[in-house]
Design a protein around this ligand. Structure first.
Ligand SMILES: Nc1ncnc2c1ncn2[C@@H]1O[C@H](COP(=O)(O)OP(=O)(O)O)[C@@H](O)[C@H]1O
Ligand SMILES: [Mg+2]
Length: 352
């Protein structure tokens, strides 16, 4: 099922939590709703489920306007960060519960619950109670319970936040597998960009209630529409070298030698910009445009992470370990085609 958010706004009093938000989530895809804490992700998800009414705008499921439909009529499955299982019930009864409220007969309930339990790999735990399960197992049961009614839309709100790091990795792959197996359109809320990069068909990145970019993960990484998107994705974070355009070249703050780059052509003289470069987008080049100093070097497998300075700007670059860079060395770097951007320092607008 395709989901359309059409100019959706949510206000709490005079505070706008979600502002004029429009996006289409494609049928059968997993979309990650990504953004910092407090940016409005849960609010948006709750407007999809119907738990929260919208202030303005429309929500469409395929062609149907569901804006004023209550949650129980929307056919959505929900999973939250805290598993919210019924503690006194067995796993089987927890998974069956949504069917019971729909008056599905007992035999069919148990059949359906067993089928979903197998898919989610909790079929050997059916007689246990939540207190007898690990966090990961509880979250699997919560997912099974959300899927048992064959929802048209699966909504997951930071479902892995309570799990330890190793389990998070395992469960994110599990969620991807289950989603692909069932083909259910899924919205997965997270503030963790690595999580989003690894499991999404599309990433919907938001900031302060406003949509920034909605696209495949690689496009957000390689073609960010603004500074916020470039900063939010990637580990290590993108390097931002603040400076100004002088004589058609980039003069980094505190530096005396300008950096001449073809990409700067046509950028207004005196404009204050960030030259933003991913750590993997530098290369050693004796004739390269960036003259900088090695502050320190850390071994990272076959590559080294070099900490460098250009004027008052510090940045990080991956360099082949065979180069044997030394602290204090003066080197020149060139830039690769990918992962090099120019942003307006004031507005964050992408210039190049
Ligand atoms: N019921 C509410 N009343 C007032 N403000 C709210 C309410 N729910 C959320 N907010 C505010 O809306 C903003 C977005 O919240 P939320 O959607 O929970 O963010 P996220 O899930 O991205 O962390 C926050 O500033 C939050 O304080
Ligand atoms: Mg939230």
């Amino acid at each position: 099922m395709r989901v359309t958010l059409d100019h959706v706004t949510k206000r709490f009093g005079d505070f706008t939590a979600v502002n004029d938000f429009s996006a289409v989530l494609e049928d059968g895809q997993l979309a990650c709703l990504l953004g910092p804490s407090g940016c409005g992700k849960s609010t948006l998800l709750n407007m999809l489920s119907g738990i929260l009414p919208v202030t303005e705008g429309k929500v469409l499921f395929d062609q149907d306007d569901v804006t004023s439909l209550p949650p129980e009529k929307r056919g959505v499955g929900l999973v939250f960060q805290n598993y919210a299982l019924y503690p006194h019930m067995t796993v089987l009864d927890n998974i069956c519960f949504p069917l019971e409220t729909q008056h599905v007969d007992k035999k069919e309930r148990v059949e359906r619950a067993n089928e979903i339990a197998k898919l989610v790999h909790v079929d050997m735990l059916m007689k246990r109670r939540p207190a007898e399960l690990s966090g990961g197992q509880q979250q699997r049961v919560a997912i099974a319970r959300a899927l048992v009614k064959n929802p048209r839309l699966l909504l997951l709100d930071e479902p892995l936040s309570n799990l330890d790091a190793r389990l998070r990795l395992e469960m994110r792959e599990e969620i991807r597998r289950i989603q692909q197996r069932t083909g259910v359109t899924t919205v997965f809320v997270t503030h963790d960009q690595e999580e989003a990069m690894s499991i999404s068909d599309k990433i919907v990145l938001m900031k302060s209630g406003v949509l920034q970019q909605n696209d495949v993960p690689q496009t957000l990484y390689h073609q960010p529409v603004n500074q916020f998107v470039a900063d939010f994705l990637g580990n290590p974070p993108i390097n931002n070298l603040p400076g100004v355009i002088r004589g058609g070249a980039f003069l980094a703050d505190g530096a005396d030698t300008p950096v001449v780059l073809p990409m700067l052509e046509g950028v207004a003289e005196g404009r204050e910009v960030n030259l933003s470069v991913r750590s993997e987008s530098f290369m050693l080049d004796d004739h390269g445009p960036i003259a900088c100093t090695v502050e320190s070097v850390y071994q990272m497998g076959k590559e080294e992470m070099a900490y460098l300075t250009l004027g008052a700007c510090a940045f990080r670059a991956y360099i082949d370990a065979d180069e044997g860079l030394q602290k204090g060395q003066h080197i020149r770097l060139g830039l690769k085609k990918r992962g090099v951007f120019l942003f307006d320092r004031e507005t964050g607008e992408r210039i190049r």
